[in-house]
Design a protein around this ligand. Structure first.
Ligand SMILES: [Zn+2]
Length: 325
């Protein structure tokens, strides 16, 4: 009997897979908050107890894992399990290197390119006028397991877990200069001497109190960068709907600004000021509530934050980005 193609299990669509991933991500973030009393990106940048934070790499090629959410997932897992390495490795690469692993995997995600020949309904390959096979292509969303090298044994020296060397940090003063340069390269219109920090879309400017009015330089830059993320929301920049009519829409935009600011500050090497988070605690609960009826709320916010940060980075020269990396 011929195989009935229709009886094959239907491959899950990207949106179904993203929805499943979102549920998993929401659950992890909520349970992290219950256990630690804060959100995973509110831990601050400085590394304590040698636990890596937001700088997780593939052990084989030393490349930083793409996407904010992967960095959040790997950071939560490293903290929870007490891993001291920021290197992660796939099952295939552990086996290829004759290593072994113990304990559970941490799941990250990526987009994978696919391409295939186009066929007609009888299964015949379609060709264009010039006789070239027609192709169709796209990207598939996929989650995959990785293990921290702390969980592995018998890996070759270059992949293995090693003593994390104390990082030599640029002194704070130098980092503040870099932050100043980063901000001035963006060239957003700003007016100082205001009573609060805000972005005013109708006039397209950022209002800021004077530098001296902030308790610390970290507080000043955390606030400034947060407003810069809001500044990216206009149609000609990142084009995020400007609708603050509902509490949920307001929480969404604030969440983007918070996550985006954390990543910029992390790149600049400046500790995010705790006050910057405390000011926002009131609506955190409102968006945590929103997760139950809108599963992709948090995932969308992370993706929008990533887009905003890429936009802000686009004003920097490659040299400057290297300096802050
Ligand atoms: Zn804000």
């Amino acid at each position: 009997m011929a195989i009935n193609k229709k009886s094959k299990a239907k491959a899950k669509s990207n949106s179904e897979k993203i929805s499943n991933f979102s549920k998993f991500f929401n659950k992890s973030v909520k349970s992290y908050k219950e256990k630690t009393g804060r959100l995973p990106w509110q831990r601050g940048w400085h590394i304590t107890n040698n636990t890596p934070w937001f700088n997780h790499v593939n052990a084989v090629n030393n490349k930083v894992y793409g996407y904010f959410m992967n960095q959040i997932i790997l950071s939560m897992s490293a903290e929870e399990n007490g891993f001291t390495s920021n290197k992660w490795i796939s099952k295939g690469n552990i086996q290829k290197n004759n290593g072994t692993w113990k304990g559970s995997a941490t799941w990250v995600y990526g987009w994978f390119f696919w391409e295939e020949d186009m066929k007609d309904k009888d299964g015949k390959t379609l060709k264009d006028d010039k006789g070239k096979i027609k192709k169709r292509s796209g990207f598939n969303f996929r989650t995959f397991p990785v293990w921290n090298v702390d969980q592995c044994s018998n890996l070759p020296e270059k992949l293995a877990s090693e003593e994390v060397e104390a990082v030599e940090y640029t002194p704070l003063e130098g980092r503040l200069d870099i932050a100043e340069e980063y901000i001035s390269n963006i060239g957003a219109k700003v007016e100082f001497g205001k009573n609060g920090a805000y972005y005013k879309p109708s006039m397209d400017y950022i209002g800021m109190p004077n530098f001296e009015q902030f308790k610390t330089p970290e507080n000043y830059y955390s606030t400034y960068v947060h407003e810069l993320v809001h500044w990216t929301k206009t149609k000609d920049r990142c084009d995020r709907a400007d609708n603050h009519k509902t509490r949920k829409a307001y929480a969404f935009e604030e969440l983007i600004a918070e996550i985006g600011a954390v990543h910029v500050m992390n790149n600049l090497g400046i500790q995010m000021d705790q006050d910057a988070f405390d000011n926002h605690l009131a609506y955190v609960d409102s968006w945590l509530g929103a997760l139950d009826d809108d599963t992709t709320f948090l995932v969308d916010a992370c993706m929008q934050a990533e887009k905003a940060v890429k936009f802000l980075n686009s004003f920097q020269t490659k040299e400057e980005l290297k300096k802050v990396a």
